[in-house]
Design a protein around this ligand. Structure first.
Ligand code: ATP
Length: 270
C-alpha cells in the first residue's frame, strides 16, 4: 500500500459539491473519513448518495470545494484502483462463461496488465480475497452456477483483489434473501476486522448494525446527520416523536407509533 500516513483521513471533503453538468446535487458538504472507519451512508431516494459516491470515484463532476482522497487532490488522483467499488444491484451476467477465480483475477489487472502471467503476489491476493468472502471452495466453479448473493460476494472479492485503500459499496445487501444478507454482513464484519476503510451506501443499516462505526445521512444533498449508530437511533426517535407531538394514548386498532428501532433508516425502500 502506498499510503503511509495512517492518521490522515482517507477522504477529506471541504464544502464539496458534486453533480451533473452545472447542477449541484451534493451541495457544499464537509466530510472526513479516517482509516479503519466503517461508514454507512444513508438517506432517502434521490438525496444524492450515489452522486457522492460516484463523485469520489471521479464519475460525476466536482462542482466546487476541495476534495482530497488518499492524500491527493481528487481531481489529480492517478491510482484510481486504490478506491475499490462494488456497484449497486449488480450480479454477473449469465451469458459470461468464467470461473469465480477468473472474475476475481480481473481485480488484479491494475497491478499486472493484460497478457502478463500472474505473479505469486497476484495469486496470494486472489486467494485471500476468495477466502475473505467465503468462496475459496467455489474458485473453479462457473459464476453462472452461483446464487445472486454469492455473485455479490464474487464482486466484493474482485474489488478486494486490487487491495484498495478504500472500499466503497453501493447497497451490498439489497435484493438478496435474508440468509444471503446475513452472510454478506458476516463478510463485511470480516473486512472490518481486517482494518479496511469502508463506505457503504445502504437502506438496510439494520442488517449491518454490528458492522458500521459511523452513520452519515444525506438529505437533499446535504449532511443531515453524522455520528455513531447509537446517536443515530436517538436522532431517528427524536424525529419520529417530533413528527407525532401528541401521540394518542389509545391508538385506533391496527395503528401504532413507528418505532425507530435500534437502526431503522426511515428511508424509502425502493
Ligand atoms: N446521470 C445523471 N444525470 C443527471 N441527474 C442525475 C443523474 N443521476 C442522478 N441524477 C439526479 O441526482 C439526484 C440524486 O440522485 P442519486 O442517484 O445520487 O440519489 P440516491 O440518494 O443515490 O438515490 P437512491 O437511493 O434512489 O439510489 C436525483 O435528482 C437524480 O435525478
Amino acid at each position: 500500500m502506498l499510503m503511509t500516513d495512517t492518521t490522515r483521513p482517507v477522504i477529506e471533503l471541504r464544502h464539496v459539491s458534486f453533480g451533473y453538468a452545472d447542477r449541484a446535487v451534493v451541495r457544499s458538504i464537509d466530510l472526513d473519513v479516517r482509516p479503519g472507519e466503517v461508514v454507512a451512508l444513508l438517506g432517502p431516494n434521490g438525496s444524492g448518495k450515489s452522486t457522492l459516491v460516484r463523485g469520489l470515484l471521479g464519475l460525476t463532476d466536482q462542482l466546487g470545494g476541495e476534495a482530497t482522497v488518499l492524500g491527493q487532490p481528487l481531481r489529480d488522483l492517478s491510482e484510481r484502483y486504490r478506491i475499490g467499488y462494488v456497484p449497486q444491484r449488480h450480479t454477473l451476467s449469465g451469458s459470461v462463461r468464467a470461473t469465480v477465480e477468473e472474475v476475481v483475477a480481473v481485480g488484479r489487472l491494475p497491478h499486472q496488465g493484460w497478457f502478463v502471467r500472474r505473479t505469486p503476489e497476484d495469486r496470494r491476493a486472489i486467494t485471500e480475497a476468495l477466502e475473505l468472502v467465503g468462496l475459496a471452495e467455489r474458485a473453479g466453479d462457473d459464476v453462472s452456477t452461483l446464487s445472486g448473493g454469492q455473485q455479490r460476494r464474487v464482486l466484493i472479492a474482485r474489488a478486494l483483489a486490487a487491495e484498495p485503500d478504500l472500499l466503497i459499496m453501493d447497497e451490498p445487501t439489497a435484493g438478496v434473501d435474508e440468509a444471503s444478507q446475513r452472510v454478506l454482513a458476516e463478510v463485511l464484519r470480516r473486512l472490518t476486522a481486517s482494518g479496511r476503510t469502508l463506505l457503504i451506501v445502504t437502506h438496510e443499516v439494520a442488517a449491518l448494525r454490528d458492522v458500521v462505526t459511523r452513520i452519515v445521512e444525506l438529505t437533499s444533498g446535504r449532511v443531515s446527520f453524522d455520528g455513531t449508530p447509537e446517536r443515530y437511533a436517538e436522532h431517528r426517535r427524536e424525529q419520529i416523536v417530533g413528527s407525532h407531538p401528541c401521540p394518542p394514548t389509545d391508538p385506533p386498532h391496527g395503528s401504532h407509533l413507528p418505532s425507530a428501532g435500534p437502526l431503522s433508516t426511515g428511508a424509502d425502500h425502493a
